[in-house]
Design a protein around this ligand. Structure first.
Ligand SMILES: C[S@@+](CC[C@H](N)C(=O)[O-])C[C@H]1O[C@@H](n2cnc3c(N)ncnc32)[C@H](O)[C@@H]1O
Ligand code: SF4
Length: 499
């Protein structure tokens, strides 16, 4: 017999906040046997399905957000939220209405399903930005916490976490400047493909010509963008992927030489290269990076359990991580980051203890803790689906354990972001030893500095300080399109840079 899919219908009346409501409803119906769809009206046909109805009502005096839940056609709960009662910083009327509507749905569904929702009504990727906006309004800390907890319904621990992060970031963000910028360069190639991955990353097989052609186009883009950014101040450089160290050392060196030729290097505060997969690291490539002034690299274990590493399709074991780390320290890298993922198949708190123990021994300057996200297009979602999603409680516990570990080992949280389809609707947190924070990650996350993205799928974010807004310009994610239409991308970026 095939799998039974239950329908969760959303019916909206009087407003258009579809996207936000979809994301919020999804928090309460995470299983992949629930299909969430928008419906024109609430006349349900599925006896086991749910309907969430969201209405914005204006009675001539004030706006009210009304949420109702139906099961099998029968009303099982209702919640009303007055928009008058939403007072958050300088939100305009539209933002207040959106917040009130989300609160009406949240309050109703929390009461009925009794689910723990640590991030309350927040569905966005960058919750720290909200705190920066409140600090910019000169609010006291206690007032910011009150808003996060009572208005956005965020758990106290998460509210404190994002307040601490925002405070630590401010020295890297301010003063704002329209002339300061960072660059990101994407290398979309990997030795093998990890089962959870949905990034545009091509496996380097026998056909190395594909890489050669890519590097040629990339160097062309670097040269042109360098000319366009002339006279502005380069702050940080990040070469990511994929796995930059998976390509031939000469090609990687060509790219770095291209950066030196095209961009002003005098004021660069940080130069990161992801050497993500330990199986791509050797003394030659590390020395070459050091000689070119790279001062931060990533060596990503993901887990320090060999059986999981096999299961997720990584071509290395825990010892290759340990030896790559010690080699990188010998070569003289000051800041090494390690990425780990919580909630990988077959892992619970015991496996995490094992990973943390090994990381404690190495003592990297940065540790980035990801919560597994089951992305569309990943092999893992197709093969394991719900079996993994059932681990939300476990994963919350693992997050708390990594927070304790960080505290005990002298790490401070310095950036945070959330993703769609993340287990338990949780978060990713970057930790750092004091003053070793990755400035690029902060710029990318808080969106108060221009980032010029170059290479396949790279996203440029052009910042306009006077309007406090960014314009996103993504490069093509398809290799053929990228190679063929590079001039289009360059022109688009050129036309958006503020004079
Ligand atoms: C853009 S990836 C690139 C890093 C590098 N290619 C590697 O895998 O070592 C950055 C990090 O995101 C995390 N990541 C990738 N896919 C993920 C997923 N589906 N769920 C959670 N974290 C993920 C991994 O920790 C990875 O190191
Ligand atoms: S190494 Fe990183 S980018 Fe490459 S397949 Fe694995 S997760 Fe994706």
């Amino acid at each position: 017999m095939g799998r039974v899919i239950y329908l969760v219908g959303i019916v909206i009346e009087g407003h258009t906040y579809k996207h936000d409501i979809f994301e919020l409803v999804r928090v309460f119906f995470p299983d992949s046997d629930m299909e969430i769809v928008f419906l024109e009206n609430k006349d349900i046909t599925d006896a086991n399905g749910y309907i969430v109805e969201s209405i914005l009502n204006y009675n001539g005096m004030k706006y009210i957000g009304i949420a109702r839940l139906y099961r099998g056609g029968e009303l099982i709960g209702e919640h009303c939220e007055s928009i008058e009662d939403i007072h958050i910083g300088n939100l305009d009327m539209g933002q207040r209405i959106k917040t009130g509507i989300k609160k009406s749905i949240y309050n109703l569904l929390v009461r009925i399903f009794e689910i723990d929702v640590p991030w309350g009504i927040l569905t966005g990727i960058r919750p720290v930005k909200i705190v920066h906006n409140l600090i910019d309004l000169d609010m006291e800390e206690y007032e910011i916490l009150r808003i996060l907890i009572t208005q956005y319904r965020i758990h106290r621990t998460k509210a404190k976490l994002i307040l601490d992060i925002a405070k630590l970031q401010r020295k890297y963000i301010y003063p704002l400047s329209k002339d300061r910028y960072s660059i990101y360069i994407g290398i979309p190639f990997c030795p093998t493909r990890c089962v959870y991955c949905s990034f545009p990353a091509y496996r380097i097989g026998k056909n190395y010509d594909m890489v050669k052609a890519y590097v040629d186009t990339l160097l062309y883009e670097i040269d042109k963008m360098g000319k366009i950014m002339k006279g502005k101040l380069l702050n940080t450089i990040y070469i990511g992927g994929g796995t930059p160290t998976a390509i031939n050392i000469f090609d990687l060196e060509r790219i770095i030489d291209g950066i030196f030729k095209s961009f002003p290097m005098g004021e660069v505060r940080e130069f990161t290269v992801e050497a993500g997969r330990p199986d791509t690291i050797n003394i030659e490539v590390l020395s070459m990076l050091r000689e070119h002034g790279v001062n931060r690299i990533s060596i990503n274990p993901q887990t320090m359990n060999d059986s999981t590493l096999k299961l997720i399709g990584r071509n290395h074991d825990k010892y290759s991580t340990i030896s790559a780390y010690s080699l990188a320290k010998d070569v003289g890298f000051d800041i090494i980051n390690m990425d780990i993922i919580l909630g990988l198949p077959g892992e619970s708190i015991d496996e995490l203890e094992n990973t943390l123990h090994a990381i404690e021994e190495m003592n990297p300057e940065n540790l980035t803790v990801h919560t597994l996200s089951l992305k569309r297009g990943s092999r893992l979602l197709m093969e394991q689906g719900n079996r993994i999603l059932n681990k939300r409680v476990d994963v919350q516990h693992m997050i708390e354990r990594t927070q304790m570990f960080a505290e005990d080992n002298g790490y401070l949280p310095y950036y945070l972001y959330r993703q769609k389809q993340i287990l338990g609707n949780l978060e990713n947190v970057g930790y750092s030893k004091l003053n070793k924070e990755c400035i690029f990650n902060i710029a990318m996350m808080e969106e108060k500095e221009t980032v010029i993205g170059m290479g396949l799928g790279a996203v440029s974010k052009i910042y306009y300080p006077q309007e406090n807004r960014i314009k996103r310009i993504p490069n093509f994610k398809d290799l053929v399109q990228y190679n063929m239409r590079i001039d289009e991308l360059i022109d688009k970026k050129k036309g958006s840079i503020p004079k």
